[in-house]
Every structure is written in structure tokens, then in C-alpha cells.
Design a protein around this ligand. Structure first.
Ligand code: SAH
Ligand code: SF4
Ligand code: F3S
Length: 476
């Protein structure tokens, strides 16, 4: 999944003296979705979103534990927030009135789940720690925090309660901004790759019922959303209850969503190769709304390393899936995730990864140096690879992936692509949207096209984006 940072946007329409909420989001798109829902459940309490911690009454860090760097960022951010909070307390007599002087600091997300006690110990300025399955309890927690510090609410891993409580506000009139939206359909992971914290921080796999997803998606489309990205740590393991009560597959869910008038584009992320079922592969050939882009992490091209990673598939299974999906959708853009320097990885194993990359020919990819995570089996393996070796492999892998990405973008030049415009660009009049292949596309004089899908002739392509010319302006 793509890592992001930022604060969710919500309408500021609470009463005369709104309390200000700042949420900083780290990690994957699931955290982005959760941050928006947290803002939703806090809005009825009078919290309106603000863009900086400086003027916030309530700060939530929605954190990521996937690699050491991600987790450490939280502690350095908390250090800064503590200074702000201290300054606020010192100045309280001259500030805005007694009830809004202090700052409440909460840590949410996967670091909260993995090391809640440690957070409380290392940073006394933290008022509450809340795990990913307990966000719907935030309003109640806040009232308790007013009386006593030190609440730590972990995951009870009953995500249905969370979703029931947290999406009601979204299907109301204020939950949407812009033409694209994330929609979490599946949580947790049962795969237990030996390097990964997600099964511990997010708990067991669980899928939302089809009916709830259709209701949320319908409401999003009614509010102007044209593209929905279905989210899950293992989204293609989706098996939520269908209309008959029997489990539905992701393919069946996609077919049902395709029936919503006005929903033009559907994406899903992140998938595991073993869960690319025949009906899901077929759906890529059957459904126009399903965009020709697939993020399918493989981690390594070496059979030996994939075994040590407990991925439960070899390079051959992965390549077969890619072949089968290209057979039904030849233009599909393939993306992936890679880890270099996994314990025991030899130069020969790494060569196998490079060979797999050459065979697949990626449109985009994310690659990481292995980061030992506390409590995971791989962290205890005796064969840790020296940093310098892993770093050098990362550079070599990235050079190849960047070359492929640049070539993929360059191959679009001269083509006409439908682009969904999402936001304004930096220069006046510029608009930025996405191609079906998830590439960023820039056009000049396109500001009036936000929210529309418009034909664009691609004139240039670089490593990270495309630029083009509007050739046809459809009505929205
Ligand atoms: N559920 C998804 C992705 C989860 S995390 C999947 O199964 O692919 C996103 C990516 O982070 C992973 O695909 C992996 O490439 C990377 N990652 C996870 N744990 C890591 C670790 N300990 N060190 C380095 N990268 C890691
Ligand atoms: Fe982590 Fe593996 Fe689960 Fe993905 S499938 S979330 S990498 S344990
Ligand atoms: Fe990070 Fe948790 Fe997502 S560890 S990648 S925020 S599931």
C-alpha cells in the first residue's frame, strides 16, 4: 500500500466555538480511511478539522508500525507535540479561555496497538492510546480522559462494531470531498509472513457484509464520487456475507458495485497472490469499471526466500497469476512490493528477484530494505544481512524498477486516455488527475474539469507522471 501523510478534510460547520481537531496520518490507505472516520465520529462532539497541530485542541497521530522508521517517527512527533502542549499550559491564563487551553494528545493506529504501554511510558504528554478496532469508542474515551489520563483501549478485534458506528456519519451529507474515495471492505491478516507486523496490529481477517458496502458506496456516488478504491490488508481474501448470507468473493462484490449507476471506476488494494481467484481474474476481463491496474506484492523472486518469508507461494505461482490476468486484460499495469536484505538473502537470491522483475515488467513498484520488527519470526533469524549489503541491493533494484516505470509512462505518449481530474495543480489553471493505470496526469487550463472524466492526449511522460492536452470535454 502507498504511504501517505496528511489530515483528512471535513466540513467545518460546527457551532460558534468549534474545538479543533488535527489528525496526522502515517502508513497505508487503511489509516487514511480510519482517520476520516475518526473525524466523522468526533464531529458531533463539536470537533472541526484544522491543518496544523499548533491550533488544535485535540491531536491524533494515526500511526504505522510496518518498519522501524515508521514507528520511530511517532516518538519524534510526540516530542514536538509535548513542547506545544507545555507551552499551551504555561500560557493558559492569556489564551483563549479556560476550557480550550489544554491540548489532548492521542496515539491511534498500529503503533498504538503494538506498543501502547511503551508510548505511555516514553511520552507522558500522551493522554490516550487507542487501537485500530476501538475508534468508535473515541467520544466515550474523550470524556473519560477529561477526568483521568492513562486510558489505553486496545483492539478487541470486533471490527463490525467499529464499522457500524463509524460509517453512519459518512453516509450522511458531510462525509465526502472530491471524486475519489477509499472504502475499507476487509481488515486484518491471517497470512503471518515472517517479516510482518500486520497480523499482530490489525488482528484476524474479517470482511464487512456486502449490503453495508453497497450502502456506503451508493452514498459516496450520490455525493459525487466516481472512483472507489476498495481497501483491505488482504482485500482479495474478502469473504463478507452476501445477500443470501453466504460468503461473497471480491469478484462478486465488484460485480455488485459495478451495478451502481454513476460509479465509473473501481480499484482494490492490497492483494495476495494466493487469493487471486479465477473469478477475480475473470472479472478484469468482464467489468469495464474495474481499472486495468493491479498491485500484487511478491516481496522476492527467490523460492528459498519466499519460503523463509512464509509467503506460501513461489515465484512460479506469482508469474502464472500475472500471465492469466494479462490473458484477459493485456494492457493491465502491474505494481508490486519488494523487500531486499531479508535474513539469509544471498546475492544469488537477489539475482532471482531482478530476474522476476525483468520478466514481469512493472508499471510501478515499492521496494524496501528489510526492517526487523519486534515479535516477528524473521527478526529472530540468525542470518541478518548487513545494512550496507541490503542498501546496495535496494539501489540496484530501484534502478531497474524506475527504468521500467519510466518506460511504461513513456509508452503512453501519443495515446488518448480517459483521465479523472481530482485536484488543482501548482500553477494557475493546472489540473491533476489519474489515468486508468493510476498514473498522475497533468493538464493546463483544466481547473473547471475537477470531478470529470475527460479524454486527454498524452504528450510527455516522466518517471512519476504524464502531461497531456485535453481533447474532448464531456459533460460531468
Ligand atoms: N498486505 C500487503 C502489504 C502489507 S505491508 C501484502 O501482503 O502484500 C506493505 C509492504 O511493506 C509489504 O508488501 C512489504 O513489502 C513491506 N514490509 C512489510 N513488513 C516489512 C518489514 N519488516 N521490512 C520491510 N518491509 C516490510
Ligand atoms: Fe503482512 Fe504478509 Fe499479511 Fe501482507 S500478507 S499483511 S505482508 S503478513
Ligand atoms: Fe502500517 Fe498498520 Fe497500514 S502497520 S501499513 S498502518 S496496517
Amino acid at each position: 500500500m502507498i504511504e501517505t501523510q496528511g489530515s483528512p478534510s471535513v466540513a467545518d460547520d460546527t457551532g460558534p466555538a468549534p474545538k479543533r481537531l488535527f489528525i496526522k496520518t502515517y502508513g497505508c490507505q487503511m489509516n487514511v480511511y480510519d482517520s476520516e472516520r475518526m473525524a466523522d465520529v468526533l464531529r458531533p462532539l463539536g470537533y472541526a478539522s484544522t491543518d496544523t497541530a499548533e491550533d488544535a485542541d485535540f491531536v491524533i497521530l494515526n500511526t504505522c508500525h510496518i518498519r522501524e522508521k515508521a514507528a520511530e517517527k511517532v516518538y519524534s512527533e510526540l516530542g514536538k507535540l509535548r513542547e506545544l502542549k507545555d507551552a499551551r499550559t504555561t500560557n493558559s491564563t492569556t489564551a483563549r479561555g479556560s476550557s480550550t487551553n489544554s491540548m489532548i494528545i492521542a496515539v491511534a493506529g498500529c503503533v498504538a496497538q503494538a506498543e501502547g504501554e511503551e508510548i505511555m511510558r516514553r511520552q507522558p504528554a500522551v493522554d490516550l492510546v487507542v487501537g485500530p478496532q476501538a475508534y468508535h469508542q473515541l467520544p466515550e474515551l474523550l470524556t473519560r480522559t477529561a477526568r483521568a489520563r492513562g486510558e489505553r483501549i486496545g483492539a478487541d478485534f470486533a471490527p463490525n462494531a467499529k464499522f457500524d458506528a463509524m460509517t453512519s456519519e459518512r453516509i450522511g451529507p458531510r462525509g465526502v470531498k472530491g471524486p475519489t474515495a477509499f472504502l475499507t471492505v476487509q481488515e486484518g491478516c491471517d497470512k503471518f509472513c515472517t517479516f510482518c507486523v500486520v497480523p499482530y496490529t490489525r488482528g484476524a481477517e474479517w470482511s464487512r457484509p456486502v449490503a453495508d458496502i453497497l450502502t456506503e458506496a451508493g452514498a459516496l456516488v450520490e455525493r459525487g464520487v466516481r472512483e472507489i478504491t476498495l481497501l483491505g490488508q488482504n482485500v482479495n481474501a474478502y469473504n463478507g456475507a452476501g445477500p443470501d448470507g453466504d460468503p461473497s468473493t471480491l469478484a462478486r462484490l465488484a460485480h455488485a458495485l459495478a451495478g451502481i449507476p454513476g460509479l465509473d471506476r473501481l480499484r482494490y488494494t492490497t492483494s495476495h497472490p494466493n487469493d487471486m481467484s479465477a473469478d477475480l481474474i475473470a472479472a478484469h476481463g468482464e467489468l469495464d469499471v474495474l481499472m486495468p491496474y493491479l498491485h500484487l506484492p511478491v516481496q522476492s523472486g527467490a523460492d528459498r526466500i519466499l519460503r523463509l518469508m512464509n509467503r506460501k507461494h513461489g515465484p512460479k505461482t506469482y508469474l502464472d497469476v500475472i500471465d492469466r490476468i494479462r490473458a484477459v486484460r493485456p494492457d493491465i499495469a502491474i505494481s508490486g512490493d519488494f523487500i531486499v536484505g531479508f535474513p539469509g538473502e544471498t546475492d544469488r537470491d537477489f539475482q532471482d528477484t531482478l530476474a522476476l522483475v525483468r520478466q514481469v515488467n512493472y508499471a510501478s513498484a515499492f521496494s524496501f530494505m528489510y526492517s526487523p520488527r519486534p515479535g516477528t519470526p524473521a527478526a529472530a533469524m540468525a542470518t541478518q544481512v548487513p545494512d550496507a549489503v541490503a542498501r546496495e541491493r535496494l539501489h540496484r533494484l530501484q534502478a531497474l524498477l524506475f527504468e521500467q516505470q519510466t518506460a511504461f509512462n513513456a509508452s503512453q505518449v501519443g495515446k488518448t486516455l480517459p483521465v479523472l481530474f481530482e485536484r488543482k495543480g501548482r500553477s494557475p489553471g493546472q489540473a491533476i488527475g489519474r489515468s486508468p493505470y493510476l498514473q498522475s496526469v497533468h493538464v493546463e487550463n483544466g481547473e473547471h474539469l475537477l470531478g470529470q472524466i475527460v479524454a486527454v492526449e498524452i504528450e510527455s511522460g516522466t518517471q512519476n507522471s504524464l502531461a497531456g492536452r485535453i481533447i474532448q470535454q464531456k459533460a460531468a
